[in-house]
Design a protein around this ligand. Sequence first.
Ligand code: PMP
Length: 458
Amino acid sequence: MSANNLHEADRHMVHQQADLDGHDKKGGMLIARGDGVRVWDTEGRDYIEAMAGLWCASLGFSEKRLAEAAYKQMLELPYYHTFFGKAHGPAALLSEKLTGLAPEGLNHVMFQCSGSEANDAAIKLIWYHNNMRGRPAKKKIIGRIRGYHGNTVATASLSGQPHMQADFDLPYGDRFLHVSNPNYYRFSIPGESERDFSARMAAELEALIEKEGADTIAAFFAEPVQGGGGAITPPEGYFELIQPILKKHDILFVTDEVICGFGRTGNMWGCDTYGLKPDILTCAKQLSASYQPISATLISDALYESLLEGSRKHGSFGHGFTYGAHPVACAVALETLAIYEERDILSHVRAVSPVFLKGLEALKSHALVGDARGVGLIAGVELMADKAKREPFPAAAKAGLAVQAACERNGLIVRAIGDRIAFTPPLIISAAEIADMLARFSRSLDEAAETLLVRQAA
Ligand code: PMP
């Protein structure tokens, strides 16, 4: 089919998280194929995919072993469920493997198809747990402004993304609360150290708990590195100060590792990088290198005890999805984890991360770049109209989108989140490809600056 016909066909699709009006008028970018860290559009242009799609295609876009694992499983057992006491080999083996890799104490796992469903399930389990523990009032859940945990009714309520809530009648009900965004560069008071900023964030959390009453707060959700908020690494001391507050008030800690899980931060989990001890961990994306949709919710023994208790009480544990623990997705996830181990993906990330982070650090001398920081192979670059005065661009300037468009002209796919540019390249990216990626980015910044800074000055 010709590219023109595909664009015509594409008009029937309601695009996700998109400027629908702009798309209707101008059409979009249709991606035709991929190879390594690159993708090609239907016009034949190639791009370095510096976002690994949606922070997820860890092994790039041409890993044949994953295609073969899916094909083999489809021939053997293309579908089966895990309801009513049934199970199958790929789900059983993946459960054993994942709980073996998980942070200490998370010995039980549930499977779904997406990160949203993993977090939605976590929320349901938390409510269920507190009902079993005889604490029916302890149900509120705290998230963070600009945090992102998904798009179901519950997870979009928990996320702190106003444009995903307005006019959807979200947040739903009165069970979702939010604390401030921990972006030190943007929200610290002049002269405030990172530690002092973290202490202020922790004090805000504790004040909210005390105001609402700890007996009404069930859980706190956090991404170790905030993705959809703009690739924001936690400020120094942040989690160190927050975890004891949660313990003190008997509040469950959920780490959303949908982006960080499986090596993104240079360790298996963001929890390892930042010393986190969660009661629940959710993961997806890199679990299958995104060649199949699959997510997991890992829970502690204490939570599992509640599920057992509820199951005894009601005769069954009343939760599950048709495609939860899908055998093809589980087989692809198992193969992905085997590849990570065989190729020692964690050592690779640690080896190339300094090239990535130092390269971004060097870009801080650019007139548009206020801040650039990251960890492993995830980083955010904050654009500023006037760095010296720490003055952001007015929203109408759409500075982030202007840089993103310049990048695309230079064969580079990045993501503008407001005026932060996010990078999460496939974990397999080489040092030479990182250098090429950053050279394209630097060129794009120069081009965008010509119009953005001139317009500012006018
Ligand atoms: N949590 C985090 C941290 C995410 O980044 C995302 C997706 N970007 C989700 C949850 C939701 O995952 P999904 O889109 O697979 O539902």
